[in-house]
Design a protein around this ligand. Structure first.
Ligand code: NI
Length: 267
């Protein structure tokens, strides 16, 4: 089962790096300092509809031992989320969010329903659902329409079922003493960071600090051509101990709310 879990994480990583070349550059930067990178969590996005939602994406992880933990609500982005942890603390947590479709305006809801209607039978039962990719046709005009309503909806429409970001556990790096130092290292190497709400989201007092790169643009095939779309970003997290001495294991909604903006289209 352990090897199986390694294989699952390796598949997720391979799928992510394929559309997020900057993640490989971040790893190279850290390896050059003699570091081994450990991931704090991996995050996925979905539509809140049966077979395409948090529960469907969570199933393959639960089969590999991940356990459901806290739920979160992001009211102004119309998202709900939950995270899972693993009995083996060296495994990354899994953070999965879904868009509340009932909150979308009728036109956008209709566009998402058109995508969901294309889901193959039994698609949700695939063991590789978290890296199954985009199972629907989409034209660029509809992508742009969704983008006007919800950056999140447009991202899921364009990329389908795959990792949105991995997150370096900065607390396990030996040569990088703080998240601020990590950010300086990244900026000196030319990486653009998400500054929404400040470069560092959260605080030691909140027990979790996070920062992220901006998503880079990749070419995505639509029915009517190939267009540049912001893909995925790399995130960085530093956790602090709770009063009982254990590292805080949860998430801070106000921080996550701004991190979602790392895939926004530059306007
Ligand atoms: Ni994250």
């Amino acid at each position: 089962m352990a090897d199986d879990t390694d294989a699952l994480l390796a598949a997720l990583w391979a799928d992510y790096v394929a559309i997020t070349p900057l993640a490989a550059r971040v790893h190279a930067l850290l390896r050059a300092r003699g570091e081994t990178v450990h991931n704090d969590h991996v995050a996925l996005r979905s539509f809140g509809a049966p077979g395409a939602d948090v529960a469907a994406l969570a199933a393959p992880f639960e089969r590999h031992g991940w356990r459901p933990r806290d739920r979160y609500v992001f009211a102004d982005k119309h998202l709900v989320a939950r995270y899972w942890d693993h009995p083996d603390p060296t495994r990354p947590k899994v953070f999965i969010s879904e868009l509340v479709l009932a909150d979308l305006p009728a036109r956008a809801r209709g566009l998402v329903d058109e995508l969901l209607a294309q889901l193959p039978t039994d698609f949700a039962a695939r063991l590789d659902l978290p890296w199954a990719g985009r199972p629907w046709h989409l034209d660029h005009g509809h992508y742009l329409e969704l983008l006007e309503v919800s950056e999140y909806a447009a991202w899921v429409a364009a990329f389908g079922f795959r990792v949105n970001h991995f997150t370096v556990d900065v607390g396990r790096l030996r040569t990088v003493p703080s998240l601020a130092a990590m950010n300086t290292l990244l900026q000196d190497a030319g990486f653009a960071l998400n500054t929404a709400g400040g470069v560092i989201k959260g605080s030691a007092a909140a027990l979790l600090e996070q920062s992220s790169t901006l998503a880079e643009e990749v070419e995505v095939d639509f029915d009517d051509g190939t267009f540049l779309v912001p893909s995925c970003y790399y995130e960085f997290a530093r956790r602090y101990p709770t009063p009982t001495g254990e590292l805080f294991g949860g998430f801070v909604p106000a921080s996550a709310d701004r991190l979602f903006e790392s895939t926004d289209v530059a306007r």
